[in-house]
Design a protein. Structure first.
Length: 113
């Protein structure tokens, strides 16, 4: 098995849910209180908090509490391990497809002879 960041599974799990992806998209615009993140989802606050805890456990967001307001902020560099892994996979598959293309072209040339 290939080496990869131990948090890679946490990142993919966190991003697997459309609600969490929507929350991250919103947080890409800037920090937001939990209530603002909860409004478009239609979910109850405890459910939203569970989604946010998954994002926080994966290192994708940080939260800070000021009085009764909990504010979330995105941590963009947390995506680096995923990006690295995906880039490695793309390189592997591009190399495989290049070899397949070469093989098919060689077969075609041999059949034309």
């Amino acid at each position: 098995m290939a080496k990869h960041d131990s948090n890679l599974s946490l990142l993919f799990h966190a991003l697997a849910d459309p609600t969490r992806r929507a929350m991250l998209s919103r947080l890409a615009e800037g920090p937001a209180p939990v209530t603002e993140l909860a409004n478009p989802t239609g979910l109850r606050l405890p459910t939203v908090m569970r989604h946010l805890s998954v994002l926080e456990e994966a290192g994708l967001i940080t939260t800070a509490k000021d009085g009764r307001v909990r504010t979330c902020a995105i941590v963009p560099e947390a995506l680096i391990p995923m990006r690295t892994w995906l880039d490695e996979q793309r390189a592997i598959w591009e190399a495989r497809l290049d070899r397949l293309d070469d093989y098919v072209m060689n077969l075609k040339k041999e059949r034309e002879k």
